[in-house]
Design a protein around this ligand. Structure first.
Ligand SMILES: [Zn+2]
Length: 153
């Protein structure tokens, strides 16, 4: 079979959900740093998110399963740890999807800018750690709904 283009591979990767927050893709998360062909081998560079995040090995497996499913036979996953991943790498599309899902996207100021439910900015932090170490739990003082905030790093 003909080698798929790099653009095609990016498209496939954009269909692989983040194991922790399945509404966004690995591409939305910003952890796929490069896709290139070296001869007949497809090289995908991946930067882990939070160190110690248990999802990292699952992510590599998901990438492999997805690309093998599209017929990629020679695949090498490179772990790229420098520069380290930051939440700034989340795509605009990813941020919008997070908010739709009820998770406040990371903000440079270090706290959510508005409630994902009612968009009020009258917020309080409930807990430093939410459902995963990557998130904190906040609550909106207007609609009283608790929500996850994707912590900025
Ligand atoms: Zn609210």
């Amino acid at each position: 079979m003909a080698k798929p283009t790099v653009d095609q591979v990016w498209e496939w990767l954009d269909a692989v959900p983040d194991p922790e927050i399945p509404v966004i893709s690995l591409v939305d998360l910003g952890i796929i740093r490069g896709v290139e062909w070296q001869g007949e081998t497809l090289i995908v560079s991946v930067t882990p998110t939070y160190s110690g995040c248990p999802a990292t090995s699952i992510i590599n497996l998901d990438i492999e399963i997805a690309l093998r499913g599209h017929g990629i036979e020679k695949l090498e996953l490179k772990r790229q740890i420098s520069p380290p991943w930051t939440t700034n790498w989340l795509t605009e599309k990813g941020r919008a999807k997070l908010e739709d899902y009820g998770i406040a996207p990371p903000q440079p100021a270090g706290g959510p800018s508005r409630c994902p439910q009612c968009h009020s900015s009258n917020l309080e932090r409930i807990s430093q750690f939410g459902s995963t170490p990557c998130k904190a739990t906040w609550r909106c003082r207007d609609c009283l709904e608790p929500f996850d905030y994707f912590k900025c790093i």
